[in-house]
Design a protein around this ligand. Structure first.
Ligand code: TMP
Length: 203
């Protein structure tokens, strides 16, 4: 008889201002309340090297699209090897705020880098580790941009509505092509309503 996999790998994706981080926090606090042990991580970062890369990526400096791609991939390699794989091997529930799909959407659809290169790099960085569930917090870029404080925008958040429309379309294409794994959530709804939808999908 096949043994049931105890670990679960859950990913959250969405454009900046979609409310993704709020949902991650709501889920983590509900898991805590229910005594369900879990590991919560965020890309890029959450390793010594990854945190340095995150800082580099957010600084307001001129950076080529390929440099950006390599930096996100390097941060991901560190996180997957040092945190995600060990946690899953330990049969822990892993929640990850952004994963390979951010690179496909932002660097692929947003920056127009060849998707074949990106798929190859993503595979190298993750040993092709795939999540069990991906929640896409979907929202129109006009709405998401109004949620972000315009005085605190970082390098990527300062991109145009057109850029974010391409990123959003990229996410929707991936989600629609993978309906068994992906759940598209209407991120313009109330946070508690979205949270209930997410919880019901997991449990
Ligand atoms: P955050 O705001 O969710 O912390 O994400 C950091 C920023 O980095 C956000 O603007 C999305 C962007 N990003 C990419 O462009 N490609 C990636 O692969 C990842 C993980 C994030």
């Amino acid at each position: 008889m096949p043994t049931e996999k105890k670990s679960k790998f859950i990913v959250f994706e969405g454009i900046d201002g979609s409310g993704k981080s709020t949902q991650v926090k709501l889920l983590a606090s509900k898991l805590l309340k229910n005594n369900i042990s879990h590991v919560l991580k965020k890309e890029p970062g959450d390793t010594i090297i990854g945190d340095k890369i995150r800082k580099l990526l957010s600084e307001d400096s001129d950076m080529s699209s390929l440099t950006e791609l390599f930096l996100f991939s390097a941060a991901r390699k560190e996180l997957v090897d040092k945190e995600i794989i060990p946690a899953l091997e330990n049969e822990t529930l892993v929640i990850l705020d952004r994963y390979i799909y951010s690179t496909i959407a932002y660097q692929g659809y947003g920056r127009n880098i060849d998707l074949e290169y990106i798929h190859h790099l993503n595979k190298m960085a993750t040993s092709d580790l795939k999540p069990d569930i991906v929640f896409l917090l979907d929202i129109h870029p006009e709405i998401s941009s109004s949620r972000i404080d315009s005085k605190k925008l970082d390098r990527i958040e300062s991109e145009s509505i057109e850029f974010y429309s391409r990123v959003r379309n990229g996410y929707l294409e991936i989600a629609e092509a993978n309906p068994n794994t992906w759940m598209i959530v209407d991120a313009s709804k109330q946070p508690e309503q979205i949270h209930t939808q997410i919880w019901d999908r997991i449990y």
